[in-house]
Design a protein around this ligand. Sequence first.
Ligand SMILES: *Cc1c(COP(=O)(O)O)cnc(C)c1O
Length: 497
Amino acid sequence: MTINDDPRFSPRERGSLRALGEEVLAQLEQHLELSRAGTVPVLRQRPVGELLTALDADRWIRQGGMDGDALGRFLQTYLAESTRLQHPAYMGHQVAVPLPPSAMADLVHGTLNNGMAIYEMGASATVLELAVLDWMLGKVGWRDEGLPYGEPSPAAPGAAAGSRPGGVLTHGGSLANLTALLAARAKACPEAWVRGVPRDLAVLAPATSHYSIARAVSILGLGSEALFSMPVDGCGRVDPSLIEEAYEDAVGAGRRVIAVVANAVSTPAGVYDPLPAIADFCEEHQLWLHVDGAHGASALLSPIERLRLTGIERAQSVVWDAHKLLGTSTLCAAVLVREVGDLLGAFRQQASYLVEEAPREVGVDLLGRAVECTKASLGLKLFLNLAVYGEAGLARQVEELHAKARSFARIIAERPGFAVLCTPEANIVCFRVLMLDDAAQARLRADLVRQGDFYITQADVGGRRWLRLVLMNPLTDEAVLEQLLRACESIAANSRG
Ligand SMILES: *Cc1c(COP(=O)(O)O)cnc(C)c1O
């Protein structure tokens, strides 16, 4: 008996993707309607045991036998207890409200399961990954945008093939940062792959860099003491006048700096580091510049917003998450390198610029560029968003979310009793309730989340705690902001009383 002959499935569902799919789609559609209307909590957090019981998890795991109707009932609970990114009061984490084409890509991938580490395991998925990577490389300024996407750009005459730009998609920005810093380590210290890591390496990163940078430094075997912080200003952006000092600290400690990291944008307040000044410094000292554009690189799509990214083209590596501002589901992150040989060299010992992918009869295997072996068809998600909305459509959404952050910041700054950290440069707004100390800001946030009417986060910047709005949802409007500010005022009044 095969799973499809299992008598516990009713004939309607047996082997029928469409029947199950229709049940799931109907449930999802209803869920999205409720979420968008904003008449339900944006998140709920019941205790673990209670929620497991509500989902009947133990019984389903032990006994199986869920049919289509039971799946529908199960999903009702599952969806109701899930965090609603489509809810207008969702201003939580830097995760996209996924656009429908990307959701369709997940369904297609989940059905085909082309785990495309090698070309044979997914030709369509591989070429679309290459095509969207080329599109991103063009946005960074490393590739002539007139070239056909998916076709490698020709190396300069006389140059090694590895000097072409290139990249790979990974399951998330954290893994992308690790991959890029591994490439930097291999460039500075190719023998580390075989002999292990020398004790004198160092990485310079902004004090506000994402925690995945510190993790990568430790995972790469450099030890956390190898991470030297570049001082930042009150908004959390690198102070260019203090880079030299951080560098001298590392050199004074007897270390070789293998990479300098710049934020585009920083995670806490969403501000751009001064890329031209950092690039000048890196060029002067011949250092690998890694731009962590996980969140902010999407601004490259906008002719106006991209001015803040001027200088990104002078980096050796860039990380860019499509699952933040390009509307894909999690995950779809790009590691982009100015010279693809550097990426290929990350996973082996040979001099990186000589290495090319092993020749195969047809196609290209991406296996040699990434930590992952089996990989999802990540490129399809971004491809379908581009194919449906066009670059202009995605650019408009980025611009609208950025503009909303600026206008929200103005409204908050003008309201008595509130202060704003700085003028937003992306879609992130940090603010405080003036009467409350740091601990009380955190309690206020916890209260909001417990009540479930608003989902916001918090961040520590400039030695103080800030309430943090990440504007991912086009439905979040000034009326929602007004309700949020009133809720803050009422919680603050009660906490003082
Ligand atoms: C989100 C983010 C990351 C981590 O990316 P994930 O996809 O969440 O792993 C790294 N750096 C910055 C600047 C980010 O904003």
